[in-house]
Design a protein around this ligand. Sequence first.
Ligand SMILES: [Zn+2]
Length: 104
Amino acid sequence: MEINDDLRRDYGLGNSSKPTGKPKVVAKAGTICPYCLSDTTFIIEVEVDNGYLIGGKGIGVYVGCAACPWASPMLSYSTGDRPGSAGDETPQKVPSGGAVPRTD
Ligand SMILES: [Zn+2]
């Protein structure tokens, strides 16, 4: 296995989410940048498109450094509607084997 000592960006290939909005700082991350050791890291959110998300769109969340180009891999979650569910407020059934409510 080849070791890459450049920690700035060596991930996010292939099926990555595509940012469609402006990245927005939502909080200080409270961590130290693994590349430049600065404590100026922030949690950043951005609207994204990705065919793997339900409805094809969502929010991507990652940690970025203000002092250098380093950023963490992005985690994306869906904000889109399931196909055919627009306006349908019927709760989803829990599949068998799912959580069972306590009765005591
Ligand atoms: Zn940094």
